[in-house]
Design a binder for this molecule. Structure first.
Ligand SMILES: [Cu+2]
Length: 122
């Protein structure tokens, strides 16, 4: 009976019926006060992996896809992230996503989303 219960719980989790807090695997990027400002500054994640930025600094930042300030499509823009704030992008289509902080344009990072287990050659 326990196995049946586990199967049902898994089905509910997959269906999103049961809210999951810490169970969702995500890729974590931490904002830092000094260069390179994002740790890691260059990240490669598998399609479907949520990407989360944590802001442990005492300063407000944004996570803004470069496309949001150019002609390109705007894939994500956090708005202002307060100290101890967090921003999660649930998933992105495969591609390369350079991003920056609107408050401090010197802060730059890149996320590459891939379907392949082997990171693309740059
Ligand atoms: Cu900033």
């Amino acid at each position: 009976m326990t196995a049946v219960r586990i199967v049902i719980m898994c089905a509910l989790l997959i269906a999103g019926v049961v809210p999951s807090t810490a169970t969702s695997p995500h890729f974590e990027i931490t904002i830092e006060n000094g260069s390179p400002y994002f740790s890691p500054p260059i990240a490669t994640v598998m399609t479907g992996t949520p990407i989360r930025w944590d802001n442990p600094t005492p300063t407000e930042h944004t996570i803004t896809h470069d496309g949001c300030i150019t002609d390109g499509p705007c894939a994500f823009d956090s708005g202002t992230m307060p100290p101890d704030g967090r921003y999660t992008v649930p998933s992105l289509p495969p591609g390369r996503y350079p991003y920056h902080c609107r408050v401090h344009p010197i802060m730059r990072g890149t996320v590459t989303v891939t379907n392949s287990a082997v990171p693309p050659q740059i």
